[in-house]
Write a protein that binds this ligand. Structure first.
Ligand SMILES: C[S@@+](CC[C@H](N)C(=O)[O-])C[C@H]1O[C@@H](n2cnc3c(N)ncnc32)[C@H](O)[C@@H]1O
Length: 191
């Protein structure tokens, strides 16, 4: 995650809150919490209070599917990008007590419905792979509120082609306009 991408995410979250979109904030693929900390910083002191939901296997990446195969991305293998829950907890600790936090360990396609917020205003999807983007979209789409912002990382990363393919398929299914900034795809839940 570059400084520039973090600034885009921060700006989009701020704009979402200013538009008064209802709901909580989610990140799917939080690793050690670089972006989670930025999201928490933005949420601290906000009214209404919003809970930050962070999801990760804390076992690293799953197996690729064929959509993820790229000669440029051979370094990404199952178990890569493994962070422990303790590492995330350590990095996010300064925000405990300032922002309500829920951390869930597990594969995205096994998240039980009761571990998801009822209403979602903002979702950052950073699972790198095709199914690691599509699974959270399937899970949260009905909970995303009108005008909610969805940001997907690695949209322009040729080492991780599954992320762009997942976005393209989702955008086609729901006739969404997708904007690209740096390596991010940005789109909104239709009003
Ligand atoms: C690129 S890292 C996330 C980086 C993080 N957003 C940041 O800003 O530092 C990708 C993370 O997604 C997690 N991940 C990928 N696919 C997953 C899946 N299907 N279920 C659960 N976690 C997954 C990995 O464990 C890894 O921690």
């Amino acid at each position: 995650m570059t400084e520039g991408e973090l600034k885009v995410i921060q700006r989009e979250l701020r704009a979402t809150l200013q538009r008064g979109v209802a709901g909580d904030i989610t990140e799917f693929g939080c690793y050690v919490g670089t972006t989670s900390v930025i999201l928490a910083e933005e949420l601290a002191g906000q009214q209404p209070v919003r809970t930050l939901y962070l999801y990760d296997s804390f076992s690293g990446l799953p197996e690729k599917t064929r959509e993820d195969i790229s000669p440029a991305g051979e370094q990404f293998v199952a178990g890569e990008l493994h962070a422990s829950r303790q590492e995330l907890e350590r990095n996010i600790r300064p925000w405990r007590g300032k922002v309500p936090l829920r951390i869930h360990k597990g594969w995205f396609n096994e998240i039980p419905a009761h571990k998801l917020p009822q209403q979602i205003a903002f979702a950052f999807l950073d699972g790198d792979y095709y199914l690691s983007i599509l699974d959270p979209l399937e899970l949260i789409w009905s909970r995303l509120q009108p005008g909610a912002c969805i940001i997907v990382d690695d949209y322009t990363n040729e080492a991780l082609p599954g992320a762009a393919q997942a976005v393209h398929e989702w955008a086609r299914r729901y006739a969404l306009q997708v904007r690209s900034e740096q390596s991010l795809a940005i789109f909104y839940k239709p009003e």
